[in-house]
Design a protein around this ligand. Structure first.
Ligand code: KMH
Ligand code: ZN
Length: 271
């Protein structure tokens, strides 16, 4: 089995300081949190930027500042979001791809997202995929529901994304696919055999799905974007604390954790 790739989703677009007092918001805070997660064992950071008021922004300049600050501290893989917040326009969302990061997210379908709708029309999925291909950015295919795997396979057929695909099964978003063990098994069984995958369990499904991924040869995403708690009713102290727990469990189970360069080799990234 390959080593375990741990992604830390540090900030997200939805989490507030009221919900999690330690969520990193400024470029300095995000870079420091990325460094802490790197030291704890994460090999990828999934990034969402915030403006000076703490509101989600897809500004090229803010992502640039964050990326440079992280890269000054460590060699963790920086994976910007192209999902942004539900109210961002597609043009806004695509901006961080122009930084030519090694990876970026690519959501492959429209889905209810709490009380909102996360809109990803076929036209825009293709535009995002094409731009990532032109700039040599590896998409992490965000899958919130089963049909999105099919949409990703259609991108392969059209020559817009190269195999092997890398999926992130985001399970447990209210309005989208729930985060039960059966749901994760269903997603895995519908992904191509040569694909790599990670799982981002939302809220209370984060830990059980992470443990399943460790056992099944998948990879794990944790962090405040997905879950602000350490255990029932107890908020986590930091993103790194959530990473440390996954490292401990994986080591106990005999599965080593990948460094950023080992993750690059597993995912076929060009640095
Ligand atoms: N904030 C969600 C609406 C991504 O980062 O690519 C979308 C999201 C997905 O978080
Ligand atoms: Zn995200």
């Amino acid at each position: 089995m390959e080593k375990l790739i741990i992604t830390a989703a540090l900030t997200g677009a939805e989490v507030t300081r009221e919900q999690q007092p330690n969520v990193p918001l400024t470029p300095d805070e995000i870079a420091e949190a990325a460094y802490e997660c790197h030291k704890a064992g994460a090999s990828i950071v999934h990034i969402h930027a915030r403006d000076e008021e703490g509101k989600p922004t897809q500004s090229f300049d803010v992502y640039k500042e964050i990326k440079e600050k992280i890269e000054a501290k460590c060699d963790i893989i920086v994976q910007p979001s192209t999902g942004g917040a539900t109210w961002h326009t597609p043009e806004e969302r695509l901006q961080p791809v122009e930084l030519k990061p090694e990876m970026a997210t690519l959501s492959c379908g429209t889905v209810n997202f709490g009380d909102e709708v996360f809109m990803n029309s076929g036209e825009y999925i293709e535009k995002f995929a094409k731009r990532m291909q032109e700039l040599g950015v590896k998409p992490e295919i965000e899958v919130f529901d089963r049909g999105m795997i099919q949409n990703a396979l259609n991108l392969v057929k059209k020559g817009l994304v190269a195999e092997p695909l890398h999926f992130d099964f985001v399970l447990g978003v209210p309005g989208a696919c729930p985060g039960t063990p059966e749901d994760l098994m269903y997603m895995i069984s519908n992904a191509p055999a040569n694909a790599t995958w990670t799982v981002a369990g939302i809220g209370r499904s984060e830990l059980p799905l992470a443990v399943m991924a460790i056992v099944l040869g998948g990879n794990v995403r944790v962090g405040f974007e997905d879950n602000v708690y350490y255990s029932k009713g107890v908020k986590a102290d930091s993103n790194a604390q959530l990473v440390e727990r996954i490292v401990r469990i994986s080591n106990e189970m005999g599965r080593e954790v990948a460094t950023p360069n080992e993750a690059r080799a597993i995912l076929g990234l060009k640095k």
